[in-house]
Every structure is written in C-alpha cells, then in structure tokens.
Ligand binder design. Sequence first.
Ligand code: SDX
Length: 383
Amino acid sequence: MADESGFSKGLAGVVADATSVSQVQGEVGRLIYRGISIEELAEKSTYEECVYFSLYGKLPNQNELNKFNAEMKANRVLPKTVEAVIAAAPRSAHPMSILQAAVAAMGFDENPVNLKNEEHNIHNAIKIISQLATAVARISRERRGLAAVAPNPELSHAENFLYMLNGSKPNKEEAHIFDVALILHLDHDFNASTFAARVVASTEAKLSLSISAAIGALSGPLHGGANEKVLEMADAIGAPENAKAWVANALATKAKVMGFGHRVYRTMDPRAKVLRGMLEKLVATKKEKDTYETLRIVHDSMIEELSKTSKDYIWPNVDFWSGALYRLMDIESIDFTPIFAVSRVAGWSSHIIEMWRDNRIYRPAAKYVGPADVKYVDMKNRK
Ligand code: SDX
C-alpha cells in the first residue's frame, strides 16, 4: 500500500475518486451495481435493464425500458465509415486493435463534449454501447471470411449479438446465459480499463475516444485478455489427468496462473461463482467436457495448494470460467475479450457520465527518484 510519500505501486489501495456506479467489496467477495447485488440482477434483470440502471442510476419503469430498448435497437447499424475501418483492417490484427479503431471511428462525427448536456451525452453513450456489439460481431466474421449479418430488431441485445456473430438465432438457454454473462461483466468500480476511460474523459475528450482508450487497457492479458489465456492454458494442459501436476509445476516456478488473483478480491470473485453455475448446467448438455474437467481440477488444486501458503488470498476471478462457457457456445477464444468490451462499455460510459457531473482533470503527483542538478555535457566531452 502507499508509502510515506503517498506512492503506491499500481495505485494499490489509492482512492482516486468517488463513485456510485458500483462497488467491489473485496474482503467479502461481493459486487453491487448502485446498491443491488449482481446475484440478484443476474437472477431477475436483463442486460438492457442493467445498462439503463447503470447509466441513469434508477431502475426503469416499463415505459422507460421500452423506450430504451427501442433506442438501443435503433442504433445497432454501423455507419459506413466504421464498416470501412473494420474492412480495412488486416485479418491478422487482434480484434481488440480493430475494435479500438472502430470505436474511435464511431466518433468521427461526434461534436465536442458539452458537460452540461448530460442527456445528449447519455444518448451518445447508448449509440456507442449498441454499435460496439455490432462491431465485435462484424470484426469476428470478417476475420473468419464470413459475410456480415445485419442486426435483427426482433431480438434482445444478447440474442442479437449471438445472431450477428454466428449467423443463426441462439436457443433460449444460450441467449439467457449470454445475457447473464453481459450483466456480470458490466462494471467493476475502478478496474484498469474504467480508470483509463475516466482519465481520458476527465480532459473533456470525446466519449468515443475515452471508450477507445478503455478498450486498449482491457486488451492486456492481466486484465480483460485473461479469459483467452485461460483456455490456452487448458489446451496446453491437454487432458484433465495432467492438470494437478501442471498446477504443482506452475506454483513451483512462480508462474502467473491466468484467471486467478485479483487486486481487490481476497476471496472468490462472486461473478466466477455465477459463471461456474451456468457452465456446469451447459456442460451437462454437451459432448465436450474435457475443458471444464481440466479447469475444474486446476481450480480445486490451485485453491488447495494456495491455502497451504501465505498466498491464500489468491482466488479464481471472473476470467477463469467465462472462456469455457463461451467455447461451449462455439465462440472462438480470440473473441472473448471483445465480448468483455461488449458488456463493459456500459460501465465505462456510466462512469464517464457520472464524472462529468463534477469533473476535474486527473493529474496525480509523481514521486521523482531521478538525479537533480546534472550538468549538460557537450558531445566532444562525452565517452
Ligand atoms: C480482471 O481490477 C478489476 O476489477 C479487473 C476485473 C474487472 O472486472 O474489471 O476484475 C477483470 O482483470 C480480472 C483479472 C484477470 N487477470 C488474470 O487472471 C491474470 C492473472 N492474475 C494476475 O496477473 C494478478 O492477480 C492481477 C493482475 C489480477 C492482480 O495483480 P496485483 O494485484 O498487482 O497482484 P500482484 O501481481 O502484485 O501479485 C501479488 C502476489 C505476487 O507474488 P509475490 O511477487 O508477492 O511473491 O501474488 C502472486 C504474484 O506472483 N499472484 C499470482 C497470481 N496473481 C498474483 N500467483 C499465481 N497466479 C496468479 N494468477
């Protein structure tokens, strides 16, 4: 935590701002969005309703929700310029790089930010939240050499995303699972990508460019990129019977096991519990069970081994199970992190809208540890 100068590596434990959007209660493994637990929202709500709740700070009545849903659907189609940016990207580029460019392109015609006009800013956010899902599906199909699938206004946000991604309507069970996964990933107080969004937006930069910055932060394997790495780990382990030995070796060599550990949680990530529950139900209906079995053994071995050490505060996080769930829905692992962005764009937007109500540019102090009063040396006198 912070030293006498206030310096704390990675800003660990530093309170950077106040927020009402969400709270991660790390010691007890609880997550609330504006006071409601994610377990209750996962059970009773929908992603659209949670987006409204996150942006406006109140649960919508039926009329408000209907209008909001209509606005989300009306904004699903990508502008031609965004389509052109996606089409111009090399198929070898990681989808998060293309997504970052696509979201910046969504703001090509964005007016300069007017902090006083919150209603306008919220409608701008809704446009980006809706279009980002279409962009992720489009980027995936471009990479796979598949024709674009136009949005279907009959479908919910989750259903429509899977429809545009796979070219066929999802069954009700998978659509519901995906909707819950979107709820679970919507916000997580000051994680790295949300903090990035806030820093950029605090300069009164455009919403599209602040969201684009957040996408850059989310792409890293220590953050949103971890769920893709968890499946790479499962595939490298090869079979469930190899998992226990793999864990022993990983811990012995101090390797970072993807999907484990968290800056704030000191116990099980509550989102991991909900994801695992849905995964176990889905696995029961599928032929492919090895990925789950391998991860289950990694999960149990890691918890057992770590409990015997001083690092008993390292637990599974949201990324540990999400990839296995998406794989059973025939989603390619390279699309996992973009899917994280499909959900989290609502949290990023909510934080920006909240911060703009009483904005002050982020500019923290630095702890200078370099030399003082150094003399300039002419080239002829340098060694
Ligand atoms: C997300 O912040 C958020 O809220 C993020 C997120 C969200 O919703 O936005 O929750 C989403 O990003 C989840 C995290 C996904 N990332 C991973 O699963 C990657 C693996 N995890 C680690 O890289 C790490 O745990 C972090 C990045 C998540 C947290 O990093 P910290 O808080 O800086 O912890 P650290 O790296 O300083 O580790 C402290 C100790 C170290 O040991 P020592 O050097 O003290 O001996 O714990 C060890 C680490 O080696 N450790 C791990 C470990 N994570 C930490 N050891 C083995 N496996 C791990 N995964």
